[in-house]
Ligand binder design. Structure first.
Ligand SMILES: Cc1cc2nc3c(=O)[nH]c(=O)nc-3n(C[C@H](O)[C@H](O)[C@H](O)COP(=O)(O)OP(=O)(O)OC[C@H]3O[C@@H](n4cnc5c(N)ncnc54)[C@H](O)[C@@H]3O)c2cc1C
Length: 465
């Protein structure tokens, strides 16, 4: 691997309708990184530092992803020991990438992606026309998107004044626009909580956040710092059942719900407001993953990956919020670094072996019923990390206030046992493990016993395990 040859212009077509030049270029590279948020930036840096030629494709006009609109601080505590704002955090990797001399295509959109014998081929459209990218490996770092009112059942018209929380964040923090004057928030996801504080600081009246579940969906620290500190009420087991107004929202009806989340008749309340903010969750962006034939986990809604962030589709890696919705950007970057390094090693190995894909020995990680999900879902026992520790992340299915014990075993041998004073689904947990130890435990197990060929993650109450 070495430096890029200059992107070769191979011809000029005429668009039949406009007669303007429509340039097609073909660029061959080692690794294409799709998306330049914190995951993609970290992946691109790590891949270049591992010796790969890298092209980054970003659909927006600037790199940084969602962090460009996150003006609050708290980013980078785990990675840098600093409390940075989102833009400050993203700038660090953007500067690093610039100093590494990466090829970054901005305002570029991938219209088609397919796997080939040698890796992947992506049809990409930018202001110069169509660019066909071929690469030994691709890293999907496309982030997540917000669920919208299409995923929530609310009666009424669709007047102006209903915003997803992230859109309200973009309006206030990037465009300098107020979405309204008097807002009610539906849901208690982290972005909604952060926006409750932000809208209050900008002079809006925030009437409260209504959460259909009996517990908040966001982090406890965000409930404290963004609602409690500003006297904004959090109504649990409560939802919005109707929106009023034809051109602009004039109010909403809220109602309490029972344990089965059915509205309780007689608890309806009409509230005057001109803005409804939806904070009802995030979903990984995975349209491109699907077109590349990448199997998706129904729990995370993102690609299934191994400890190297390699998906189950050869040569396709994924990281950050495209894989699962992380609670810290620091972990997003961590997975990006892993994906970038692994993609570079994969592309180099294929080049060295005349196109042959490196052998993989994927062993599933079986997460027990106490877990909402665990990532990675597989461990590749043929790809030792030579003493490097692999990161594992999980979320509990339910709130465990009395404490819990989590144990990971392989080949019937317990490799990790960790006690948690409490577990809550919004708080993502992380631990590290030497995957060589997993491989050894499995090799030593009784290969005739199916249970000895598995990796299991179990959860129990205190000393129950
Ligand atoms: C609306 C919203 C608001 C958020 N606000 C906060 C917050 O206030 N605080 C917080 O801690 N976290 C917030 N998050 C979580 C935030 O997404 C993560 O902290 C972090 O930004 C995830 O990094 P990422 O690189 O995985 O994804 P992103 O930051 O989302 O970056 C993905 C990048 O990929 C690009 N992309 C996507 N698809 C394509 C494609 N097909 N072609 C080319 N480029 C593509 C996007 O333009 C984007 O630049 C928010 C998330 C969302 C969706």
């Amino acid at each position: 691997m070495g430096r890029h040859e200059e992107g070769a212009g191979i011809g000029t077509l005429r668009r039949p309708d406009e007669g303007s030049p429509f340039v097609i270029r073909r660029v061959d590279t080692d690794v294409v990184v799709l998306g330049a948020g914190p995951a993609g930036l970290a992946a691109a840096c790590a891949a270049i530092e591992s010796g790969a030629r890298v092209v980054v494709v970003e659909r927006e006009e600037r790199v940084g992803g969602i962090l460009k609109q996150c003006v609050h601080d708290g980013f980078g505590v785990a990675r840098y020991g600093l409390k940075l704002t989102g833009p400050e955090y993203a700038l660090r990797d953007a500067d690093r990438l610039a100093s590494l001399g990466a090829v970054v295509m901005l305002e570029a959109f991938v219209s088609k992606a397919e796997r080939t014998d040698g890796g992947c081929r992506l049809a990409c459209v930018d202001r110069s026309g169509v660019v066909e990218l071929t690469a030994g490996a691709v890293v999907l770092a496309t982030g997540c998107r917000e669920r919208t009112d299409r995923q929530v059942f609310i009666h009424g018209d669709r007047p102006a004044g209903i915003f997803a929380a992230g859109l309200a964040q973009y309006m206030i923090n990037v465009q300098g626009l107020l979405p309204g004057r008097r807002a009610l928030i539906l849901g208690s996801g982290d972005i909604g909580l952060i926006m409750a504080r932000r809208m209050t600081l900008e002079g809006m009246e925030v009437l409260g956040a209504h959460e259909i579940k009996s517990e908040p969906s966001g982090l406890s620290r965000n409930v404290r710092q963004c609602l409690d500190d500003y006297g904004i009420p959090l109504e649990l087991s409560s939802t919005v059942t109707a929106v009023h107004g034809s051109r602009r929202v004039t109010g909403v009806t809220t109602a309490r719900v029972d344990a089965a989340m059915r509205t309780i008749p007689g608890t309806e309340r009409d509230i005057d407001c001109d803005t409804l903010i939806l904070s009802v969750g995030l979903i990984p962006e995975n349209e491109i993953a699907r077109s590349l034939g990448v199997p998706i986990d129904t729990a995370t809604k993102g690609p299934k990956v191994d400890q190297n962030m390699h998906t189950l589709a050869e040569g396709v890696f994924a990281c950050g919020n495209a894989v699962h919705v992380n609670d810290l950007a620091d972990y997003v970057s961590e997975s990006g670094e892993t994906a970038g390094r692994s993609a570079a090693a994969y592309a180099a190995s294929r080049l060295k072996t005349g196109g042959r894909a490196p052998e993989r020995r994927l062993t599933p990680l079986d997460a027990g019923p106490g877990f909402l999900y665990a990532v990675p879902q597989f461990v590749d026992l043929a790809a030792p990390r030579r003493g490097e520790l692999a990161a594992f992340y999980f979320r509990s299915r339910a709130t465990e206030t009395d404490g819990a014990v989590v144990r990971m075993s392989a080949g019937g041998t317990a490799l990790l046992e960790r006690r948690y004073p409490a577990l809550r689904p919004p708080e993502m947990e992380r631990f590290e493990l030497d995957t060589d130890a997993i491989a050894e435990a499995i090799a030593e197990g009784d290969t005739a016993m199916p249970s000895d060929r598995r990796i299991t993650l179990e959860m129990g109450r205190r000393s129950a395990l």
